[in-house]
Design a protein around this ligand. Structure first.
Ligand SMILES: [Zn+2]
Length: 154
């Protein structure tokens, strides 16, 4: 039981029906068999169980496995996402609303880790974010141009 980390996340695990076995976040909205709030907590728990040596070995194995099967795994993930889009949307929204502060904290941690461990991907992420913001701005600017424009007389 990870009561200490649950407290540090300011999640009241006493009130939640089911909580993440690693960080204590409320996962009542998740599938009944779900034990963790996300893949990071699942991995953390698994790695602690394995100890340092097994942890390093497993990290190396996972890295190689992912590299060797990246396309297949990504296709699999995409297919699953497409099939479960609506369900995911509802579930993720409920989950995010119940754990907004916790998720923001997680997101910050993830960004910091990305910046530290994979600076290239971090830069890409920032560029993507800027690109999305640029597109939103362009759309907003376009929607303000609905006034008819007078043709220049010749
Ligand atoms: Zn968790």
């Amino acid at each position: 039981m990870m009561a200490d980390t649950a407290l540090s996340d300011q999640v009241d695990s006493g009130k939640a029906e089911r909580v993440c076995a690693w960080c204590g976040a409320d996962i009542s909205q998740r599938h009944a068999r779900t034990k963790f709030c996300g893949v990071n907590c699942k991995q953390s728990s698994y790695r602690r169980k394995m100890g340092k040596e097994g942890r390093l070995k497993n990290q190396a194995y996972n890295k190689r496995y992912y590299a060797e099967n990246a396309n297949r795994l990504k296709a699999q993930q995409r297919e699953w996402n497409d099939k479960n889009r609506e369900h995911r949307k509802i579930r993720d929204k409920a989950y995010y609303e119940a754990n907004a502060d916790h998720r923001r904290k997680k997101q910050r941690e993830w960004l910091q880790r990305l910046k530290r461990e994979r600076p290239d991907e971090y830069r890409e992420h920032l560029l993507g974010q800027r690109e999305r913001q640029r597109r939103r701005d362009a759309q907003a600017a376009l929607s303000m141009l609905i006034l008819p424009i007078e043709e220049p007389s010749q």
